[in-house]
Design a binder for this molecule. Sequence first.
Ligand SMILES: [Cu+2]
Length: 169
Amino acid sequence: MTMADPPPAANPQADGFGNNPRCLRRDMSNYLASTYGKTSDIVDLLTHYATIGSFQNKMQAVDPDNGGIGVHAVGHYTISGDPGSDPFISPNDPAFWMHHGMIDRTWSIWQTLDLPNRMQVIDGTTILRGAGVVATLEDWVTLDVLAEREYQIKELVSTVDGPFCYTYE
Ligand SMILES: [Cu+2]
């Protein structure tokens, strides 16, 4: 007989995105990974979503009844997941960064399938959730301690142009 872990403290915000500090739990939620994070889900994403808006909306989807759970969200809710899952605690587990590398790789592959139309394109707003200002390629990004200067989004959308120089094999 095994004892179940106690549930995490309730998030202080109704939307679940409030600061909720607690000890890290290293755990995997295999259900989401095996249901929505399969290789076939990545292939489907790469081959059926031709615009950046449809591609990222499918990749980011978090509603099983409306678009499913996207391969990006799967990692956030799978790695280091508390029983209630918390997308903001998942980056605390070093294993999570393999997932984010794969998300970057998937975006890079998607771009190379139609470079003229998929490299310099973005969709969405300047904030993660809720209404915000529509982002443009001209907007500036602050990377804090990771970079000595700010970059425009148009400089950051390629793995080989701008400040980056890497490819996936
Ligand atoms: Cu992420």
